[in-house]
Structure formats: structure tokens, C-alpha cells
Design a binder for this molecule. Structure first.
Ligand code: HEM
Length: 450
């Protein structure tokens, strides 16, 4: 399967995978258990999280880039790093970077306005990757993507993202011996280049903060990370740790959002009625002069469109854990080190957890029927987890939701999206869930409303 298909773990799923409570796969060097049942999901991710630490499958492949960032660390080291990172992602701080997000959204509208002609098909994956990277660069480093070194960071990341899945997937398919040396060397070279560029961008800010000259500087995520102190020791991040965290935030923060935003636009383009309602909502809700993200609260449909997209196309399609010791689940005995996978992709399309599981219906969250959506009983049924659950839940969830509502509303406000005939994107599981053949749409600029 790995060699014949195009390196996508989605190809390893069967129809019955979407209805089972638990499944297993045994290959030489790999004992893998797939857990769908909500009580087991909660056990693995929440109540017994320490007994199921994050698997190192992804970590091994990503370490050259991400170093020892919170994405890959465990135990006490992770706990300390998470405590230092958390304040930067509190709701109040995320609100402060809204101005950066607005600037990136305006740049996106200007870029696309130049290209919006009904006869031209545009690859929205490339566009959404551009705007998501722009948002991350502006919110972390106060640098627009078009600024010299920021552009180089983006280009090196694009090369890295192309190569990294080739390093990760062999391990997932149990092919630990498979070593694509050339790809590996190239991805490691890209990682070295990214880190060198980040060092150049972060160093002056770090030195200024240490010398006590940080005040009056830019307000961005880096400024919060520079100010973070451990409650017990009073220590902050070392320079090396800071580079690790920024590299990780760049990758975790833009690859995921770019994937979800591209799928959301594709789904919007299929249903003109939803687009029209989103347009009216955006016209009424997005105030040109406002710099307060509370304006997004009124954009209920835009937010539900994103929520429903995250259900059908969760960017992080599986969460991999490792059993610390032998244990039992249902009628199965897992050995120590067995891989335990919780898949938002499977769970959020599960036949027993969702009514009309494959249907895109953003209005389902407005209904009172818990058959339509498990949100009312989310905590007990665990059928919706695009950001994960438990202690390792996504730290950037509030950031991502704020960014997505703004981008989708801006698109609906300024453009009409139409599908390209005969183009059906094919989901593939790589670093995130992407389309194997791009997401192509046509755009028409709406007349500017008075
Ligand atoms: C739609 C967008 C996003 C989705 C769907 C998403 C999803 C996830 C998921 C599922 C996890 C948990 C992985 C696991 O348990 O194995 C995670 C972790 C993480 N995410 Fe996100 N994410 C998104 C956006 C972001 C953004 C914008 C940032 C930062 C700017 C971010 C930073 C992180 C970090 C640092 C972690 C690791 C947390 C830890 O292990 O303590 N994510 N994300």
C-alpha cells in the first residue's frame, strides 16, 4: 500500500474503520491499535494521559527542525515549556495580535483581487498557505511575509513541508528500515536553513530583552515568550529553546490553518446559498475601522462553517501515542510500547457518533438535536476533537479560530467562489490532511458595497 499509493495513511483505512470501536494492525516492528470508542479516547488522551505519552513517530522526523520544542518533548521538560508558553496564548493576548491578522487578511484580499477573474482557476491551497504563513510571521515576529528574511523562511519551510511527510510516513507504515537518504538530507538542509534565518530574526530581540531594552518594542507572540518566567525558578526560555519554540509554532501554526482554510473554501464554493449568507453576515459584522476581535462573535455562520470543516477535514488526522506499559483495552492486551492512535478523521465521520456523518452541514450546530452533533454532550461522547483533548490539547486553538473566522469572512465579503468543473480534490494524509491534486477554485470580486 505504501509503495503503490501516494504515501497517504488514509489509504490504509477500510469502510469498517468508520464503524468500529477499536481496530488493530500488526506489521514487523509495529503493533498499532486504533481507538474510536469515546470512553477509550478519553482514557488515552485525558484520564490516563501519563500512561500514553506522545509517540515519537513524528518527533523523530521533525526533530531536526523543531529541536526540543513542546511538540516533541515529554514529562517534566514538556510541563515546564507548556507553562512558559501558555500565557502567550491566553485569550487576552490572542486578542492583542488581531491587528496583525487583519493586516494579513487585507494583504490577501489585495493579492487575490488582482487575480480574481472568472476564467482563471486559482490554487487555493497555495493562497491559504501564503496567508496562514503571513499571519504566523506577523503575529510571532511582527514581520510580513514579503520582508526579505521572512520570505526566505517561508520558502525554506515550503521545501521542508514537501519532504517531511516522506520521512514520517514510512515509520507509520511500520517501515522503520526505509531510509530515503536523499530526501532526508534535503529536508535536514532545509531545517538548518530555517533555523539559521530564525536565529538572525530572533537574536536582536533576545539580546535587547536581556539588556532590559525590550520595552516599547513590538507587541507580538515573541514579546510574550521573551517575558515568560517559570513560577518556581524565575527562569525564562534560553535562546536555543526560543528558536525551537518559534520554529515549532511556525510549522504547527500555519500548516494546520492552511489545510483547514483551503477545505473550507472548497466546501463554501459548492453551496452558493451558504456563501451568500456568509457574505451578508460579513458585510454586517466586519467593521473596517475596528481592531477588536469581538466583532467576530456575530459571525456565527462563518464560525460554524469552519467548525464543520474541521469535523470533515481535521488537519491533524491522527494523534499517535505509545503505551508506557502493558495494558488492556476492550478484549485486547497491549504490550508496552504499542502504538495507540486516536484519529479525529475517523471519529468525526463515525457512523455511530454522527447523523449524516459525510454531509457538510454547518447549520447542524444550530439544532437542538444531539443526533446532529455531539457538541451538547461533547465531554462525554468525545466525538469532536479537531484540536485534540487533555493536557496536550492544541495551545493555539483560540488563535486558529480567531484567524479562520476573519479569513473566511473576508473571503465571503469580497469574493464569490465557484468550483472548477470536474475538479474534485482528493484528500491525502501527509503532515496534515491536504489535497493530492490541489484545491482549485474560480473567484469573482464582488462590487464594493457602499
Ligand atoms: C486549525 C488549526 C489547528 C488545528 C486543527 C490544530 C490541531 C492540533 C492538535 C490536534 C494538536 C494535538 C496533537 C496531539 O495531541 O498529538 C495540536 C497541538 C499543538 N498545536 Fe495546534 N492546531 C491548529 C493550529 C495551531 C496554531 C495556530 C498554533 C500556534 C500558533 C498551534 C500550536 C500547537 C502546539 C504548540 C501544539 C502542541 C501542544 C503540546 O503538545 O503541548 N496549533 N494542534
Amino acid at each position: 500500500m505504501f509503495f503503490s499509493k501516494q504515501h497517504s495513511w488514509l489509504d490504509g483505512l477500510y469502510v469498517r474503520s468508520y464503524a468500529m470501536k477499536m481496530g488493530e494492525l500488526h506489521l514487523p516492528g509495529l503493533d498499532l491499535y486504533m481507538v474510536n470508542e469515546p470512553s477509550l479516547v478519553k482514557r488515552v488522551l485525558v484520564s490516563e494521559a501519563d500512561a500514553f505519552p506522545k509517540s515519537d513517530l513524528l518527533g523523530q522526523a521533525l526533530r531536526p527542525l523543531l529541536g526540543d520544542s513542546i511538540f516533541t518533548t515529554h514529562g517534566e521538560q514538556w510541563r515546564q515549556q507548556r507553562a512558559l508558553m501558555e500565557p502567550a496564548f491566553e485569550a487576552a493576548r490572542v486578542r492583542h495580535v488581531y491587528g496583525h491578522m487583519q493586516a494579513a487578511a487585507q494583504a490577501m484580499v489585495a493579492r487575490l483581487s488582482d487575480r480574481a477573474q472568472v476564467s482563471v482557476a486559482i490554487d487555493m491551497e497555495a493562497e491559504m498557505t501564503h496567508v496562514a504563513a503571513d499571519i504566523i510571521l506577523r503575529t510571532i515576529l511582527s514581520q510580513p511575509l514579503e520582508a526579505g528574511d521572512a520570505t526566505k523562511v517561508f520558502e525554506a519551510f515550503s521545501r521542508y513541508q514537501e519532504l517531511a511527510p516522506k520521512m514520517v510516513l514510512p515509520a507509520l507504515f511500520g517501515l522503520r528500515w526505509w531510509r530515503p537518504w536523499r530526501g532526508r538530507a534535503k529536508s535536514e538542509a532545509a531545517a538548518v536553513e530555517i533555523r539559521a534565518l530564525l536565529v538572525k530574526l530572533i537574536r536582536p530581540r533576545y539580546e535587547a530583552a536581556r539588556a532590559g531594552d525590550g520595552a516599547g518594542g513590538p507587541v507580538d507572540l515573541l514579546s510574550y515568550l521573551l517575558a515568560a518566567r517559570d513560577a518556581q525558578t524565575g527562569e525564562g526560555f534560553s535562546f536555543e529553546e526560543l528558536v525551537d519554540q518559534v520554529a515549532m509554532l511556525f510549522l504547527a501554526g500555519h500548516e494546520t490553518s492552511a489545510s483547514a482554510l483551503s477545505w473550507a473554501l472548497y466546501l463554501m464554493a459548492q453551496i452558493p446559498d451558504i456563501q451568500e449568507r456568509m457574505h451578508l453576515e460579513a458585510q454586517a459584522g466586519l467593521a473596517d475601522a475596528s481592531s477588536d476581535p469581538s466583532e467576530l462573535r456575530a459571525l456565527v455562520l462563518c464560525r460554524n462553517v469552519f467548525k464543520e470543516t474541521l469535523r470533515l477535514f481535521p488537519p491533524v488526522g491522527f494523534l499517535a501515542r505509545q503505551a508506557a506499559g502493558a495494558c488492556t483495552m476492550r478484549d485486547k492486551t497491549l504490550k508496552a510500547d504499542a502504538t495507540v492512535v486516536v484519529s479525529p478523521w475517523l471519529i468525526q465521520r463515525h457512523r455511530q457518533l454522527w447523523a449524516r456523518p459525510d454531509e457538510f452541514d454547518p447549520d447542524r450546530y444550530e439544532s437542538d438535536s444531539s443526533d446532529d452533533h455531539p457538541t451538547a454532550q461533547e465531554s462525554t461522547r468525545s466525538g469532536y476533537l479537531p484540536f485534540g483533548m487533555g493536557p496536550r490539547v492544541c495551545i493555539g486553538a483560540a488563535f486558529a479560530l480567531q484567524e479562520a473566522a476573519l479569513i473566511l469572512a473576508s473571503m465571503a465579503q469580497h469574493f464569490v467562489l465557484t468550483p472548477v468543473p470536474d475538479h474534485v480534490p482528493r484528500p491525502v494524509g501527509r503532515l496534515t490532511i491536504r489535497s493530492g491534486n490541489g484545491i482549485w477554485l474560480r473567484l469573482r470580486r464582488r462590487e464594493t458595497m457602499p
